[in-house]
Design a protein around this ligand. Sequence first.
Ligand code: 3PG
Length: 310
Amino acid sequence: MTYSVLLATEKPFSAAARQQVVGILEQAGYAVTVLERYASKAELSSAIAGAHAVIVRSDIIDAEVLAAAKELKLVVRAGAGYDTVDTARAKALGVAVMNTPGQNANAVAELVFGMLLYVLRGRFDGKTGRELRGGSLGLHAFGAVGRAVATIAQGFGMKVHAFDPFVEPSALEALGVTPVTQVEQLYERSQYVSLHIPATPETRGSIGKALLERMPAGATLINTARKEVIDEAGLLETFAARADFRYLSDVAPSAATLAELEAKYAQRFYCTPAKMGAQTEEANVNAGLAAARQIVGFFERGERRFIVNA
Ligand code: 3PG
């Protein structure tokens, strides 16, 4: 049987990554369709109609798109977060959903420090800034990105703490990271907190004033995770209450919050103009190729590793 695979990336991979992804799938004998920079859900729904598998990035695969995908067996999210895929609906329809964990982690971790250095050095305005060495960094979750951030932070000479109830404290200690068992402790001990939690019903709106007001002087929150985990009202209250608080984000808040932050707190707020975390050549290649290989493994060898909706 000839499988049809759709590469649907509203935000395209680099040309080299796309070429290699298509190459792996064609070598397996699959028919590949590429849909990039599409303008509407209707376009995606029409392209996915005959596909047996689809590779996506942050593209929205909701119930409506799934309903149009009559042949679909597998969705691979080339990346970590799969909050843009209706995994429950997919499961009900017998469609497996996978991610490619860790493949773009280094790109995201490097961006954490790119944003931090840029802002701590006054956006390169020529005035005296601050260094990272000796600072305390709290990692809110210690998955692949958290780990990569920890390694780089140690290179900068930072003290690293982490809160992750799913990771054994001994595993953190083995990497020179101090575990904390209560999330409040993480914020109390960390001048810088970097968010690496997924957007789930439990985490949505969970980062607000109650945690942020605990941070020591020079408090800086860095969000390369998801905008949904922030309680935006609480974020604005924190900015109003603390003249030292900074927020650096690769995931833009809602339009109203963004406008208020830019109007009132521009000196202490930075947001990338577009989501940049996974936008490196290396991450495109790593995540794209992993996705293509996982599709071949699934159809040819029944491999089910990385399924997130089993
Ligand atoms: C992820 O979850 O892997 C990152 O947020 C990257 O998302 P992107 O592929 O849409 O850039």
